[in-house]
Design a protein around this ligand. Structure first.
Ligand code: NAD
Length: 291
């Protein structure tokens, strides 16, 4: 396939490299001038999009997606598909989908989970919103860049699935970390705590697969001095998107709101910036009830 790839950052570069390795013809563009081996470099986004059957975007946020879409949609061939893999607000995804439809272009929102490691290994999970026809067109590429693609419904539903999942993850990680810190103060050994909770009703992905306590459970960023992994800054971004969406549809999300406030404090006022999101554990460890 002839593919345009716009946004060759931490995620986009390895994703584009995997498409090249699978034999696709990829032309890329990044404002930062990033180059990826095997990816032809375009001078603009529109140039990367011209003549492509699929244009993939992997960009920082919804405002940038909107501006890139405004530039590339007119350059795209009728019937081609714009596949946005960035994590953006639901409203931007749905607005860009409408603009694409008006221009005779298909649109899929397909945010990912799996992080930089998953992007490099080609094991991402895609949560996809958009038409059945668009999903079928993009399916072979999902199979190269990832191990699972779930079609969640019409445009915007991929982003909806992503922020609901990460809202659960943020709240669960905080609950797991505060419980470890409480266990410490009660004199309960961390290994015993893990052995009980990971096989009891408090179990979760945060406890069982990504345990925030160093030396306990499977290897995780906690065992690497809390280097990300999944950075607390990115968790904060996703929690903000979840609360923005919740406000827009009048959904009551008190746990999501509290998780957002705690990650905002951690990243913006404490030492959370650049650390893994499980570094909430050493944060709780140091605190008392009145801090
Ligand atoms: P990044 O900042 O490393 O990459 C974004 C790239 O987009 C940068 O290289 C930037 O120069 C480029 N860019 C910005 N504006 C542009 C424009 N107008 N035209 C062309 N290129 C432009 O970010 P990332 O970590 O690769 O994340 C990309 C997206 O994936 C984000 O939406 C993020 O939330 C999401 N995501 C990231 C992870 C992760 O672990 N890094 C995991 C899941 C989802």
């Amino acid at each position: 396939m002839k593919i345009g790839f716009i946004g060759l950052g931490n995620m986009g570069a390895p994703m584009a490299a995997n498409l090249v390795a699978a034999g696709h013809q990829v032309t890329g563009f990044d404002v930062a001038g990033v180059t990826v081996e095997g990816v032809a470099q375009a001078a603009t986004g529109a140039e990367a999009a011209k003549g492509a059957e699929i244009v993939i975007t992997m960009l920082p946020n919804g405002a940038i997606l909107r501006s890139v879409a405004a530039e590339v949609l007119p350059a795209m061939t009728t019937g081609a598909v714009l596949l946005d893999c960035s994590t953006v607000d639901v409203a931007s995804a749905r607005d860009v989908a409408a603009e694409a439809a008006a221009a005779g272009i298909g649109f899929l929102d397909a945010p990912v989970s799996g992080g930089v490691g998953g992007a490099a290994a080609g094991t991402l999970t895609f949560m996809v919103g958009g038409s059945d026809a668009g999903f079928e067109t993009a399916k072979p590429l999902f199979e190269i860049m990832g191990q699972k693609a779930v079609h969640c419904g019409p445009a915007g539903n991929g982003q909806a699935a992503k922020i609901c999942n990460n809202m659960i993850l943020g709240a669960t990680m905080i609950a797991t970390c505060e419980a470890f810190a409480l266990a410490d103060k009660l004199g309960l050994d961390r290994q015993a705590m893990y052995d009980v909770v990971s096989t009891s009703s408090g179990y979760s992905w945060s406890m069982n697969a990504y345990c925030p306590a160093p030396g306990i459970g499977p290897t995780s960023p906690a065992d690497n001095d809390y280097r990300p992994g999944f950075a607390a800054d990115l968790m904060l971004k996703d929690l903000r998107l979840s609360q923005q969406a919740a406000e827009a549809v009048d959904a009551d999300t008190p746990m999501g709101a509290r998780a957002m406030a705690l990650y905002a404090q951690f990243v913006e006022e404490e030492d959370g910036k650049g650390r893994d999101f499980s570094a909430m554990l050493p944060r709780f460890e140091r605190r008392g009830r009145s801090d």
